[in-house]
Design a binder for this molecule. Structure first.
Ligand code: G6P
Length: 615
């Protein structure tokens, strides 16, 4: 939800900010803008559209000198995407300029109050209200920018990561965060500000991640001073060494990040296993689980909260936790859970799953669960993210940066981590024998190699994509462990190709979706040999007798389904419980190829954002 970037130091700010915006574009891409201080004045340019549109506009519009600047790439909340609503926003005097990621919920009364004092607003945004509120306080009380920002933020309700500077005092940038991420890169006499570390990774390995309710004044010669927004207490900066590398955030020869990330899955899953899955010793080592084993073993049930693709990973986890560890599991959309007064007790364990670790609904669900005394365990990808910090314990997925908006390697690494957890708990509870445990470990360890084989289906998937790319609707069917994969396959197609697709448990088809089947609606069926095979074969026959076309995901060597289906994509054999890690691969590739063939923007699909930090 919006990317923010800033620079203050001795280099030209423009190329740093422009490159940073391109790296943050996954967070929002409906408009973009930059404000630079050229030594005398602010030069501001902004536009509806992508960062590359901004780049073209800037080339015609403003000079790009200056070593102080801020930039923004937007995912609209208040006000449609247009030039005027794009950030940065000026205050009425033209002295202050701000960028903002988040929502100011009480902007209406604040706006009315400022209007009554003569302030004029040109945009529909909440952000323009905030910058003028800061200006009003600064002028009225004749105080420094940092203090004015602090007073203003104590009056607003909502979520924000902001960066603001003053034309009349161009040696500092003031930043603050509540609910939206903000990192400060520490160089030598230079500082970088960004929603994540990717914009400054080639300049410094040292960063401070602001915590919620913290603000910082960043000055060239005096460093970073951090305070708590609400009680004004001073915070000692904690400088972290980044583990991020430049090649992780580049496309590395692939046409799209999504394709790169699909292909990275064997490697990403091996990383998620590293140091944890020790098959030779018949051990799973996960400190977050080990340290809280008593809690897990005594838990009445596990509640999983998540959104989007992470919710689908949660559904797979429900099957495996119940199957292996015999712990009752419920999986909830975080957005529903947080508002429906759920029954949660101190004997419940809540597992929050989130790639970004910043999803607002998931974060709110965690806070609710904690307030009712539940123990909350996080499964996140982004190290140091809000959810990682907010949870009592957790396990990182170690997938590396996921930049394509459609989630791929995050999904499979989440399932990998959750599978390890389920197996560890099953062993501790004695619900599986030690020899079964060993077999599961060996099989799970072999999954990355098997994904490499599944990825070889790319050419055949591409041919199938060519045949069905113009279909208006798709049905995805799966049973048991592969029902969530059907949901995920349908979601991938919707997200990036804008084709309507529905995922269904195969047996439910007869209660509705079967009415839709005709020669115009292809059905993707996950029909692996170990998962309710005969029943799926019957479902396929029901579709065929209604003239529907079938694309089947089958186990290598399959005969029966291959005879019935119009197209079959083979994947290696594995245990039913681990099959989602393989069956999902051709579905990712199918949506990818269809979207490319339709000329869609695969990495930045319309209306979506990678990290949803608003409700
Ligand atoms: C957005 C993304 C999805 C993602 C969902 C949850 O909608 O576009 O790809 O699955 O948020 O995100 P999280 O970071 O919490 O996993």
């Amino acid at each position: 939800m919006c990317g923010i970037v800033g620079y203050i130091g001795h280099r030209e700010a423009y190329p740093i900010i422009m490159k940073g915006l391109k790296r943050l574009e996954y967070r929002g891409y409906d408009s973009a803008g930059i404000a630079l201080f050229d030594g005398k004045d602010i030069k501001l340019s902004k536009t509806k559209g992508k960062v590359e549109d901004l780049e073209k506009k800037i080339a015609e519009e403003i000079s790009t000198q200056g070593s102080l600047g801020i930039g923004h790439t937007r995912w609209a909340t208040h006000g449609v995407p247009n030039d005027v609503n794009s950030h940065p926003h000026y205050s009425n005097s033209g002295n202050l300029v701000i960028i903002h990621n988040g929502i100011i919920e009480n902007y209406e009364p604040l706006k009315q109050e400022l209007e009554s004092r003569g302030y004029v607003f040109t945009s529909d945004t909440d952000t323009e209200v905030l910058v003028n509120l800061i200006e009003e306080i600064k002028n009225n009380e004749d105080i420094k920018l940092g203090k004015a920002v602090q007073i203003a933020l104590n009056q607003v309700v909502g979520a924000y990561a902001i960066a603001v500077f003053d034309r009349t005092k161009p040696n500092e940038i003031v930043v603050a965060r509540l609910g939206s991420p903000l990192a400060i890169g520490i160089g030598e006499d230079e500082f970088f500000i960004a929603s994540d570390a990717s914009p400054f990774i080639e300049y410094t390995n040292n960063a401070i991640y602001l915590k919620d309710e913290e603000m910082a004044v960043v000055r060239v010669n005096r460093g970073v001073s951090i305070r708590k927004i609400h009680d004004d207490s001073i915070v000692n900066p904690y400088i972290q060494e980044l583990q991020l590398h430049l090649e992780q955030i580049e496309k590395g020869g692939y046409d799209h990040f999504m394709l790169k990330e699909i292909n990275e899955q064997p490697h990403a899953i091996r990383d998620s296993f590293r140091g944890r899955l020790l098959s030779n010793q018949a051990i799973i080592k996960m400190s977050g689980v080990e340290d809280n084993m008593k809690k897990f073993l005594n838990a009445d049930r596990i509640l999983i909260v998540a959104c989007g693709t992470s919710w689908h990973a949660g559904l797979v986890a429900e099957y495996i936790f119940e199957d292996m560890a015999r712990i009752p599991v419920e999986v909830e959309y975080a957005s529903e859970f947080r508002y429906r007064n759920p029954v949660i007790t101190e004997d419940d364990i809540v597992i929050a799953i989130s790639q970004s670790g910043e999803t607002a609904d998931t974060l709110a669900a965690i806070k609710l669960a904690k307030s009712r005394g539940a123990f909350v365990f996080g499964v996140c990808n982004v190290v140091g993210s809000s959810i990682a910090r907010e949870t009592d314990a957790g396990a990182y997925t170690h997938a590396g940066p996921e930049i394509g908006v459609a989630s791929t390697k995050a999904f499979t690494t989440q399932i990998s981590v959750l599978s390890m957890m389920a197996l560890r708990l099953a062993r501790a509870k004695g619900t599986i024998t030690s020899s079964e445990f060993r077999q599961y470990l060996y099989e799970l360890e072999s999954i990355p190699d098997k994904i490499e084989v599944a990825l070889e289906s790319d050419a055949i998937v591409k041919q199938i994509a060519e045949v069905y790319k113009d279909a208006k609707n798709f049905l995805y069917l799966g049973r048991g462990y592969n029902f969530p994969v059907a949901l995920e396959g349908a979601l991938k197609l919707k997200e990036i190709s804008y084709i309507h697709a529905e995922g269904y448990p195969a047996a439910e088809m007869k209660h509705g979706p079967i009415a839709l089947i005709d020669e115009h609606m292809p059905t993707v069926v996950i029909a692996t040999r170990k998962g309710h095979y005969e029943k799926i074969v019957s479902n396929i026959q029901e579709i065929k007798s209604r003239k529907g076309y079938i694309i089947a995901i089958v186990t290598k060597g399959d005969v029966s389904v291959k005879e019935l289906a119009d197209h079959a994509i083979e994947i290696p054999e594995t245990f039913d419980c681990f099959s989602p890690l393989l069956t999902t691969i051709p579905l990712q590739l199918l949506s990818y190829h269809i979207a490319v063939m339709l000329g869609k923007n695969v990495d930045q699909p319309r209306n979506l954002a990678k990290s949803v930090t608003v409700e």
